[in-house]
Design a protein around this ligand. Structure first.
Ligand code: NAD
Length: 818
């Protein structure tokens, strides 16, 4: 079943989408010629459902505003169609109805744009009721036309095709908008208006424009469907279609993805038609009641109760809660908190910031936003806990860390799912990262026994020198969003194992994966209170929280992974306060392909190195240097390979390219590619953003004037350069401020090893991709890529300090002695 669904989705989204869509439209357009009247009427109702649901998805889903203004007045459109029906020829009544509905809904909707949830619904429904009663009063007392019989000389095929056009326009608008920069902004508005501004759009402008579009489409649908009713009764309390659409949108939440609401509308439309045929009045009562319940439910926020949370989280949490295996934190709707001194607590004044799913643009939860004062409390909690933890026997600390590995492994599904939701990681990446971390934590546990020192000879007789490794005390860990589990745990797990207390601050893009979930796992493993503290904060507070984490006197070492710019700023602070800092920063890694290389291997290594996780990897192979004789064949094979990588929903196991993790990052990627193209680079494949996705992009002719030559793009963009020989490859490989990872593909490993020594890089892999790490390997860069190393024994260097203790066993004589 699942497979079939993916196949259908693939067919609809892939290159053959136009053929599918054309065939479907043709079949739909032919229906009135081949089907009896009843089925045409049935088709009409479904088309109206589709048009309405798409118009709704345009606005309501992404913004969390129910566009009830448009919905409410769509009935008015029907009245006007009825009124003008006898006088105007087709499509006059429909156009008049559409204009009337849109004109009424627009001012109400625009005035109410700053209101959300219940207020918006009450105001717009209330006003539409007022209009309805005015019309009824007028018809009862002035014209005496209540229960107007519609006598539209309208041929059913014309009606059907009219609605088909409106439905196609609505679906096309919804799809195009969802994929555009506006759609991205609209999705961002739903959670956080500031994010929309990052995209260079004015949120209110986008809202007004999209609301107007949605109102126009909805009113047109209302007006066009009116002639279908031969008898239009203004006393009908609830228009069944409106009721249905509200319910559908409430349950499915559009969120810029028209497919859900449209499919839902179709399914419910079919049911409704069958039900309506059999039990007309019962149907009205049931729908009316459901609608009342839905509107009453608004104060809790229909949209806060979205399908995703209901189906995935609530069901899962309830199962766990019943099994009583999971403590309070999963029992009910999740409220995430900071973890300080062993207690889960809110941020000062309950401040929070949104956590956004990059694939849908939805805020799926809110995260506490710590400030500097909270950060100080966290460091002080760590300071209080460090001594006792550091003095525990290695076996005890190792036991707790190993328990964490066990819990990590047990929770792998849940952890993988969070990675996909929070970062847009495709299934393969999520599975790899979570699995890798189990090994990483296990490896860290072994360090508890390895922090050994030396007993050294002395120049003074009777003296024994001990060079001992001691925990530094409090370690501050600041991690990025691209591999949040690995890059957090590679510092947190060894720092803890080696006897330190830790204050962790994950990226604001990944507060759960990079922080709070790690806190949960170690809490459950039995880490004593204060030994691990997790602070999450919004972008606005990052600087003040970061400053405390670097400069507080109790902090011994800072472990930072992130961009070179931030690393440099933190290193300056650390320098001023004489703190040690380990920096893992950006990269611009070269992949050299020599003429004796195995072409298949080279292409695969390049595709993986350049495009895994959408190229959002510090070690990504962003510069491919191919020896001249192989360059053309390599380019065409790589382009072909990239064409096979499926881009889209990261939860689909077939997907290779997921969304870019944040709109800001997407803009940066787009600007790098635009800049390169404007300055003469050629796009071999890709080059465009599609909604939150960016196509795998291969450029040639990239020169030093272009931003992407020197700067880290951190996206699926790779520059391919043909080089004369290995010497030129080495020269270009070193022509960068960075020096993190590099790779050489050659048929002669000895030659590869010799070249590796000439490349200025902390890591070089021969006959592999630039993207490779192992828990026990010393990972880190040179030049602007960092200072110090993580991993294996390097972690001992990073998180312990050497103390020299000597013992004098014989009496020592000093120069002042007599
Ligand atoms: P970033 O520098 O924006 O942020 C990294 C972390 O620093 C985040 O937790 C962020 O909240 C925090 N931060 C930002 N400004 C701060 C400030 N003024 N004070 C204190 N903390 C601050 O980087 P990012 O966008 O999260 O990550 C992408 C970058 O990380 C890329 O440059 C990538 O190459 C690099 N990276 C390096 C490695 C490595 O091992 N060398 C690994 C992964 C990512």
């Amino acid at each position: 079943m699942r497979r079939l669904w993916y196949r259908i989705q693939r067919g609809l989204r892939g290159r053959r989408a136009w053929i599918w869509a054309g065939a479907l439209l043709l079949a739909l357009a032919l229906l009135p010629f081949v089907a009896p009247a009843y089925y045409v009427a049935f088709g009409l109702a479904l088309l109206a459902d589709v048009a309405l649901a798409s118009a709704w998805a345009l606005f309501s889903g992404p913004t969390r505003y129910l566009s009830l203004a448009a919905a409410a007045f769509y009935g008015t459109g029907a009245y006007v169609t009825a009124l003008t029906g006898a006088r105007l020829g087709w499509p006059g009544p429909v156009l008049a109805g559409a204009a009337a509905g849109a004109l009424l809904s627009l001012p109400v909707g625009l005035l109410a744009l700053r209101l959300r949830g219940p207020y918006f619904a009450i105001l717009t429904f209330g006003l539409s009721e007022l209009v309805r009663h005015t019309v009824i009063w007028y018809e009862s007392n002035v014209t005496g036309t209540v229960g107007r019989v519609l006598v539209l000389p309208l041929e059913r095929r014309t009606l059907y095709w009219g609605l088909l056009v409106i439905a196609v326009a609505a679906v096309a608008c919804a799809i195009l908008l969802a994929r555009s920069r506006w759609g991205l902004a609209l999705a961002a508005i739903g959670g956080d208006e500031e994010r929309a501004e990052v995209l260079g759009v004015r949120p209110i402008g986008v809202k007004v424009a999209v609301f107007a579009l949605s109102a126009a489409l909805m009113s047109a649908t209302g007006a066009a469907i009116a002639p279908r009713w031969t008898y239009l009764d203004p006393h009908i309390a609830f228009n069944p279609l409106i009721s249905f659409q509200v319910i559908i949108m409430a349950l499915l939440g559009g969120a810029g993805r028209p497919a859900g609401p449209v499919v839902g509308a179709l399914a419910l439309g079919v049911l409704s038609e069958i039900f309506l045929l059999q039990f007309r009045y019962l149907y009205m009562i049931v729908l009316g009641s459901v609608l009342i319940l839905v509107v009453l439910g608004l104060p809790q926020g229909i949209m806060g109760w979205r399908a995703e949370e209901r189906t995935e989280d609530l069901g899962r949490r309830l199962r766990w809660a019943i099994a009583r295996r999971i403590p309070r934190r999963f029992a009910m709707r999740r409220q995430y908190q900071l973890f300080i001194g062993g207690e889960w607590q809110d941020a000062t004044d309950g401040r929070t910031f949104p956590d956004v799913n990059p694939a849908t643009g939805e805020t799926f939860t809110r995260i506490p936003a710590a400030d500097a004062a909270t950060a100080r409390r966290a460091v002080e909690a760590a300071e209080r806990a460090r001594t006792e933890w550091g003095e525990l026997q290695p076996a005890v600390r190792a036991g707790i860390v190993l328990k964490a590995a066990q819990i990590w492994e047990r929770r792998h599904e849940d952890l993988e799912r969070m990675l996909t939701t929070e970062t847009g990681a495709v299934r393969a990446k999520a599975g790899f990262e979570v699995g890798y971390c189990t090994e990483l934590i296990r490896q860290a546990a072994s360090l508890t026994y390895q922090a050994s020192g030396e007993v050294a000879p002395s120049n003074v007789s009777g003296k024994v020198n001990y060079f001992m490794r001691k925990p530094v005390g409090v370690v501050s860990v600041i991690s990025p969003w691209n591999f949040p589990y690995i890059l957090t745990l590679r510092a947190v797990a060894p720092a803890l194992a080696l006897g330190n207390a830790v204050v962790l601050k994950p990226s604001e893009e990944t507060p759960l994966a990079g922080g709070l979930l790690v806190g949960e796992v170690f809490e459950e493993a039995g880490v004593p209170p204060g030994v691990l503290n997790v602070l999450t904060c919004a972008r606005a507070e990052v600087q003040e929280v970061g400053e405390v984490m670097v400069t507080h006197p109790a902090v011994g070492v800072v472990s930072f992974t992130g961009s070179t710019a931030t690393g440099r700023a933190l290193a300056e602070q650390a320098g001023r306060h004489l703190k040690r800092i380990v920096l893992e920063l950006g990269g611009k890694s070269p992949l050299i392909v020599l003429e004796d290389a195995d072409l298949d291997l080279a292409v695969n290594a390049a595709a993986f190195g350049g495009f895994f996780h959408q190229g959002q990897i510090c070690m990504a192979a962003t510069r491919i240097l191919v020896e001249h004789s192989l360059a053309d064949a390599f380019a065409s094979q790589l382009v072909e390979k990239l064409g096979t990588l499926k881009m889209g929903d990261p939860s689909d196991p077939q997907t290779a390219i997921g969304p870019i993790t944040s709109p800001t990052q997407l803009e940066k990627i787009r600007s790098h590619v635009d800049d390169a193209v404007a300055k003469g680079a050629k796009v071999l494949t890709g080059g465009r953003a599609r909604g939150p996705y960016f196509e795998p992009t291969l450029l040639t002719g990239v020169t030093p004037e272009m931003r992407c030559y020197h700067e880290e793009t951190f996206g699926p963009v790779v520059a391919l350069t043909s080089v004369k020989n290995a010497d030129e490859a080495v020269r270009l490989a070193n022509d960068t401020a960075y020096g993190l990872s590099a790779a050489i593909i050659t048929g002669d490993p000895k030659r590869g090893l010799a070249l590796a020594e000439r490349i200025q890089s902390g890591i070089v892999h021969v006959n592999d991709s630039t993207v490779h790490d192992e828990p026990h390997a010393p990972f880190g860069g040179i030049k602007s890529s960092g200072l110090g190393r993580h991993g294996g024994r390097a972690a001992i260097e990073a998180f312990t300090e050497i103390r020299w203790v000597s013992v004098q066993t014989e009496r020592r004589h000093y120069p002042f002695d007599r």
